[in-house]
Design a protein around this ligand. Structure first.
Ligand SMILES: [Fe+2]
Length: 670
């Protein structure tokens, strides 16, 4: 039995969309997941393949990959699951879809017919948003019974309205629902709108979680106490947007709001601390009631709020539950998996619920042909096959190298777990600022996570004695006090770290690498951060990895058995003369004529879809002319020759800047 789950909207990235729900950010984090008899075979977020962070387009690349990985065609799939009910689909998609009235089912069917030439109307299965989240938490947990909770921004509630919390009890008979809250009680939205004060927006929530430990929650505790109310029976209320603004104004704080890109002050850090504390207080209030109501000693958690690893760690230490399982793909990409689970596990007949053993579910590196793929970049890199790549990489890391590490299948979800990772020595405190600056080009306060050998967990981290595995980097744990100074690069200001344990069974090569590093240094642990820069999703393909390597200060790249070094060449010159320039399919060129005399026309690269997914950039008139004709595989220099434009240093510098920002794509010619 093959079950395909998908998440996303049903428009293509090339289309200009007219439905505001779909065209902006609704149905973000598009993905596909494929089950065979309830066991997950393949799963990937669309962003990894189309290179658009958090994109909400129809996940046609993700679907095609899942089918390819399984070696089947869409006609072999028994059920196709969508994470919304048919009523929700009618409300969200059906009304005036691109100017015509039609049903949600019709739109889903048409989307598959257009891409795959198949009528899938009889295979469609619809599942409520939060039910899908609950399935992702319960099925892989391995628990026979558990309290299962989804804490979220909001999802359709099955009847065209919105829901932000859904809780139930999972057992042999499936899920029995207990409690539901609408979007007025959304913990996700509470966090999301409040971080606007900190100059952050949607998808930035995890950054605030990292900022909070620098602040003192006491400073704004009373202000936040006025923004929520804890009520009997696990109930609570959250102030609306206008109340929030009024409270800020009354506290004289409106002018203190941080503008995007501006420095953080202690005030901002204290504000973040109070926000994080408020989230934890409300979540504990709700979960403690649900613990009593259900009588269940084990908890499964999903929904976007379950990515708050600090909250998860505090739940673990609180002892409120005997055991805790947090779905590592807790955000909406996980809905693809959850909807598929719903289709499979709600079917009549006996079912075994296989635990989720690995997140290495994405596209693999080519078994052969790796060298050929790397060879295409020979003008810029030296490539050598090394027989003992783990030992050699461990030596480089111990000597201070920052290594891009690409192996096997990519990870499903937002965490790099050792197959698409940037690695470094976890000991020197300066590595934190160094990597934030040299690779991520992001705020210096942002912490980095450690990967530690599973067998060494207790030597470095203060965790309950029974805890053995944290394979998905979704709990913030306490670094042992005696180890904090020694682990300067991964110990956060409050003495914690977002830990990943690595076992030989989880990932043999990564385990070997960490073990080798431990043999050299006495610390069987590495700093592990996702392999990407600030402007792109985590790298997936070899080309993605090489581009990130070339456009950051990462010192070495390892792909499979190959060690890659940068050649001593002028990157800008080679990029100009030897790499073909193009735009991604969702990008368009825009020329704006001046509205007043004396002004120059303005040129830009923009997105055809919602601005939330754009890598837009202002460009020069010359670059505009080049990109207008960059539909064939030619270099900047080639286009300039054809257009009679001089290739001057400003144009070359502009090319590099646009490449670093992933606003243009550069690939070897041929
Ligand atoms: Fe959700």
């Amino acid at each position: 039995m093959w079950t395909l789950g998908i998440c996303g909207t049903f428009t293509s990235q090339e289309e200009e969309v007219s439905n505001p729900m779909m065209g902006e950010w609704g149905f973000h984090d598009a993905a596909a997941a494929l089950l065979h008899d309830g066991r997950i075979v393949a799963a990937v977020e669309e962003e990894r393949l189309n290179r658009i962070k958090h994109c909400n387009f129809f996940p046609d690349r993700a679907i095609a990959y899942c089918l390819r990985e399984a070696g089947i065609s869409l006609s072999a799939v028994d059920r196709i699951a969508v994470p919304m009910t048919e009523t929700d689909a009618d409300v969200a998609l059906g009304q005036e879809f691109q100017g015509r009235l039609t049903s949600g089912r019709r739109i889903v069917t048409d989307a598959f017919a257009a891409r795959f030439g198949l009528d899938v109307s009889d295979q469609l299965h619809f599942c409520k948003h939060h039910l899908a989240h609950l399935w992702t938490a319960f099925v892989p947990s391995g628990f026979d019974r558990a309290l299962v909770v989804s804490l979220d921004g909001a999802g359709f509630d099955g009847a065209g309205g919105f829901e932000s919390v859904l809780a139930g009890v999972g057992g042999a008979g499936g899920l029995e629902l207990l409690v539901s809250h609408d979007d007025a009680k959304s913990l996700g939205f509470f966090y999301q709108r409040t971080i606007g004060f900190l100059g952050y927006t949607r998808f930035d929530e995890y950054k605030v979680m990292g900022l909070a430990p620098y602040g003192d929650p006491e400073v704004y505790r009373s202000l936040f106490r006025d923004l929520y109310e804890l009520r009997p029976g696990g109930d609570y209320g959250i102030a609306g947007w206008s109340d929030f603004v009024a409270r800020l104004a009354a506290a004289g704080l409106l002018d203190a709001a941080r503008r995007k890109g501006a420095p953080f002050t202690q005030l901002h850090m204290d504000f973040a601390a109070a926000l994080q504390e408020s989230l934890e207080t409300i979540a504990f209030h709700l979960l403690s009631h649900l613990r009593t109501l259900s009588g269940e000693p084990n908890l499964c958690l999903a929904g976007g709020v379950a990515h708050n690893c600090t909250l998860n760690g505090k739940l673990l230490y609180s002892g409120m539950f005997d055991e805790l399982y947090v779905q590592p793909v807790a955000h909406d990409a996980g809905l693809a998996l959850g909807a598929a689970y719903d289709a499979h596990f709600r079917a009549p007949g006996p079912v075994a619920r296989p635990p989720l053993e690995t997140l290495f579910l994405g596209p693999p590196l080519a078994e052969d042909g790796l060298e050929r793929e790397l060879d295409r970049w020979r003008e810029l890199i030296d490539v050598e096959r090394r027989p003992e790549i783990e030992a050699e990489t461990a030596r480089l890391l111990a000597q201070g190298s920052v290594v891009g590490w690409v192996q096997g299948r990519s990870e499903f979800g937002p965490r790099a777990l050792g197959n698409r990772s940037i690695l470094a020595d976890p000991r020197p405190a300066e590595n934190k600022g160094r990597i934030n600056q040299m690779v991520k080009k992001r705020e210096a306060y942002r912490p980095f996570a450690p990967s530690v050998l599973e067998e060494s967990l207790h030597a470095f981290f203060d965790v309950p004695a029974s805890a053995r595995r944290f394979p998905f980097m979704i709990f913030v744990l306490r670094v042992r006090e005696s180890m904090r100074l020694r682990l300067g690069a991964i110990t956060h200001v409050d003495g914690t770290a977002r830990v990943q344990t690595v076992s030989r069974e989880d990932n043999r090569r990564y385990w070997e690498l960490i073990r080798e590093f431990g043999a050299l240094t006495g610390v069987p642990m590495l700093l592990n951060t996702s392999f990407n820069n600030h402007a792109e999703p985590i790298v997936d393909s070899v080309d993605d990895a090489v581009v990130c390597f070339l456009t950051t200060d990462i010192t070495h790249l390892v792909v499979g058995d190959y060690l890659v070094r940068k050649r001593e060449v002028d990157l800008a010159a080679v990029a100009t003369d030897r790499l073909a320039i193009s735009l991604l399919p969702h990008q368009k060129l825009v020329a704006r004529q001046p509205t007043r005399g004396g002004e120059e026309p303005r040129y830009a690269i923009e997105s055809t879809a919602g601005r939330y997914f754009a890598r837009g950039a202002a460009i020069s008139a010359s670059m505009f002319r080049v990109l207008t004709r960059a539909t064939g595989p030619d270099t900047l220099a080639g286009h300039c020759r054809a257009l009679g434009i001089a290739v001057d240093p400003p144009l070359t510098a502009e090319l590099l800047r646009l490449w670093q920002e992933r606003s243009v794509t550069l690939r070897p010619v041929g």
